[in-house]
Design a protein around this ligand. Structure first.
Ligand code: HEC
Ligand SMILES: [Cu+2]
Length: 350
């Protein structure tokens, strides 16, 4: 038995665990508060299986306790041996058939949901986004719209948006817990899925397949807006003219530095499909830098000077000349004013 110190330790351990785990729930990052079709059907299955498992657990525990109490060695009956049931046909049939039935009850809705979530019958008339997973960021190419963007996926509320997904390097997995299930993103073999959100808002997405040192930092956002706001965003994104003359000296300097420092080899501004690095067309509208840090000038300067400190193993480190403080500052000013739209994660309630 545990002494009082042992009990205290056990209690302390359990309560710390409960405290830590309670931090796991973020409203826009939980499969337990579904805000979309895929997440809702997943939760239904989670509840069904949990109820069945609890039922099995309860039945087994009850039988176990009864057996424990009834067949204890009792005083005066040390030699008593209860009736042996080994090989009893009725019992064996019962405990074979019941699990089979339970598994069928779980399997049928699971298979139906799997086919339902893979159904792409409506894809042709819907918004299609070609998604590319990269170490450690996501690219979104709106098919037929000439819109390229990274990190933030904008979709209209209440509509099915079809994602056609490939990876440029290793296997990733796209997961927006509040909206959808997970889907592997492979270097070959396009995988498809659709997402449909019930409520406007900003939902957090994750990479759910270990893909390298910064795998856990491969976050993105799904920005769900009204259909009118979505149209507005599309028009704003299509109106961006990367050649537009800068409106101030600082911006002009930044723009020039952007050209001189090899940034354009990897980053496009506008609808060019170059996507060795994130498309920066609406960089200033994002809520996060590199998917994870707050988008502040300080963080951006820190990123430009040494991205390795923020995302170990990222594919930008060392691929451009070392920047002076002054140049990093000017580049940051230039990048932060890339704000083509009033429709942003902030306006969507981030
Ligand atoms: C070899 C290609 C390459 C070069 C050259 C490069 N970058 Fe990057 N950049 C990347 C990649 C890849 C990422 C994504 C890193 C990650 O999140 O894992 C990135 C991320 C960024 C981000 C964050 C984007 C976001 O969506 O939050 C900014 C800003 C940025 N780079 C600016 C620059 C600037 C300015 C230069 C030039 C001084 C530059 N990059 C040069 C590849 C490059
Ligand atoms: Cu990944």
């Amino acid at each position: 038995m545990l002494g009082w110190m042992g009990k205290f330790r056990a209690l302390f351990l359990l309560s710390s665990l409960a405290l830590v785990l309670s931090g796991c729930g973020k409203e826009n990052l939980t499969a337990l508060v579904p805000k979309g079709y895929g997440a809702e059907s997943s939760l239904d299955l989670i509840i069904l299986t949990t109820v069945i498992m609890l039922f099995v657990f309860a039945v087994v525990m009850v039988i176990y306790v009864i057996a424990l109490v009834r067949f204890r060695k009792k005083k005066g009956q040390e030699d008593y041996i209860p009736k042996q049931v080994e090989g009893n046909h009725t019992l064996e049939t019962i405990w074979t058939v019941i699990p089979i039935l339970l598994l069928i009850i779980i399997a049928v809705p699971t298979v139906i949901a799997t086919f339902d979530l893979a159904d792409d019958a409506g894809a042709e008339d819907a918004i299609n986004v070609n998604v590319t997973g990269n170490q450690y960021w996501w690219h979104f190419d709106y098919a037929g719209e000439e819109i390229q963007t990274s990190q933030d996926l904008y979709i209209p509320v209440g509509e099915r948006v079809y994602l056609n997904m490939l990876s440029s390097d290793v296997i990733h997995s796209l997961w927006v817990p509040s909206l959808s299930g997970k889907m592997d993103v492979n270097p070959e073999n396009e995988n498809t899925m659709y997402i449909e959100a019930y409520e406007e808002g900003v939902y957090w997405g994750k990479c759910a397949e270990f893909c390298g040192p910064s795998h856990s930092l491969m976050d993105f956002k799904v920005v769900v807006v009204s259909p009118e706001e979505y149209e507005e965003w599309v028009a704003d994104m299509q109106n961006v003219d990367p050649e537009e003359p800068a409106d101030s000296e600082i911006v002009e300097d930044g723009q020039q530095l952007f050209e001189e420092n090899n940034c354009m080899a990897c980053h496009a501004i506008g609808s060019s499909p170059v996507a060795t690095g994130p498309n920066l067309t609406n960089f200033g509208d994002r809520s996060r830098l590199a998917g994870i840090e707050d988008l502040s000038k300080d963080n951006l300067v820190k990123w430009l000077k040494n991205p390795e400190l923020i995302k170990p193993g990222n594919k930008m480190t060392g691929k451009y000349p070392t920047l002076s403080d002054e140049d990093a500052d000017k580049l940051a000013d230039y990048l932060l004013q890339l704000q083509p739209s009033d429709i942003t994660p902030d306006s969507a309630g981030n």
